[in-house]
Design a protein around this ligand. Structure first.
Ligand code: NI
Length: 347
């Protein structure tokens, strides 16, 4: 906390300076000189912040402190961003949430408040993964009413039991809206087996076909069905449109096979669990440019929120853990996974 007061002071001061410059610029009518002065002020603030960041980087930090430092840096980033809005080519790291379910009824009473908290935490883009026909409809409405939300449409293996041919036409019609960026989440779940396996496979194939016809990437759910999932994706030529294996839980070998075909792997809260050996190995081995970060909110909250309702503001824990495993900075994880999300969903 000791470092935040001088920064806050400088930022507040810089706003006064900017306001004064704005008035001076308007009075004198010299646009170019005003712009130069503005940039000078911005540079000054940025230099101060960079200096502080170097001081932080030079300290020997334990893992526990790493998360703390990361959160503090995010505040610093926000300060830079606040000043950067005056500059043409301003850029700032933001978090790409590749898989959440804000249509879920668990968010029924406080959805807007949670989404505000999520935005304030640095999340700049959310892919809301639909899971049923009704969830696809609600997701679409969420994407329409929230700038940072994009959506998929599709039916999860838990909900395919009652799926009809005409549902495919409805899904197709939904994709006409330009914030529908994927088909999902679709796949196979042999752990719950909510629907008979043959029914799961049938609608998985049909929805892959829809994605390929529409040239949209797929969001894949696969639980205890690794080989069948891989085979059906392969037969359906799904790698031609790309996709993400959400909440990847397979072996390093399976991860490599997917990555070789151009898929991304979704890494979420599970990576922070104590016994997450398999996924830790996968994160170690697979290049960062093939990983996406996700919460699966409201499910699968990372440590230390395990068991509670999850939301995308907890992605900081996932980012910190991936950074720790790979021996890189959280900022690097944030930056590359942002680029990965933009690339896969063609935003
Ligand atoms: Ni999900």
């Amino acid at each position: 906390m000791t470092n935040s007061t001088p920064i806050a002071g400088r930022i507040v001061n810089s706003y006064w300076v900017l306001a004064a410059l704005l008035i001076l610029g308007l009075l004198s009518g010299c646009g170019n000189r005003f712009e130069e002065q503005l940039r000078g002020t911005h540079q000054q603030v940025k230099t101060n912040i960079d200096h502080l960041k170097t001081q932080l980087d030079n300290k020997q930090l334990t893992n526990a402190l790493l998360i703390k430092k990361y959160r503090r840096d995010r505040c610093v980033h926000f300060a830079v961003f606040a000043v950067t809005i005056f500059e043409d080519e301003g850029s700032d790291n933001m978090i790409f949430e590749s898989h959440a379910h804000y249509d879920d009824e668990q968010f029924g009473s406080d959805r807007e408040a949670i989404l505000k908290k999520v935005r304030d935490s640095g999340v700049g883009c959310i892919i809301n993964a639909a899971s049923s026909m009704n969830s696809s409809r609600i997701s679409l409405e969420l994407a329409k009413s929230h700038e940072i939300i994009y959506t998929s449409v599709g039916v999860h293996p838990h909900d395919v039991q009652d799926m009809k041919e005409s549902d495919l036409e409805i899904l197709l019609a939904m994709t006409a809206f330009d914030k529908v960026v994927a088909i999902g989440e679709i796949g196979l779940d042999y752990y719950y087996d909510t629907a008979p396996r043959e029914i799961q496979k049938l609608w998985f194939r049909e929805q892959i076909k829809l994605a390929v016809d529409l040239d949209l990437p797929v969001i894949i759910h696969s639980r205890e069905a690794a080989q069948d999932t891989f085979d059906i994706l392969h037969e359906g030529n799904a790698h031609s449109v790309g996709g993400v294996i959400h909440c990847f839980s397979g072996s390093v070998e399976m991860a490599k096979r997917y990555v070789d075909l151009g898929y991304y792997l979704g890494i979420g809260g599970v990576v922070t669990f104590k016994n997450a050996k398999k996924i830790t190995q996968v994160v170690e081995v697979i290049p960062l440019d093939r990983l996406l970060i996700e919460t699966d909110a409201p499910y699968l909250a990372p440590v230390p929120y395990r068991g509670k309702r999850n939301d995308s503001s907890h992605l900081a824990e996932v980012i910190a853990k991936i950074a720790e495993i790979k021996g890189i900075t959280p900022e690097e994880v944030e930056k590359v996974t942002w680029e990965n999300g933009q690339r896969l969903f063609r935003l």
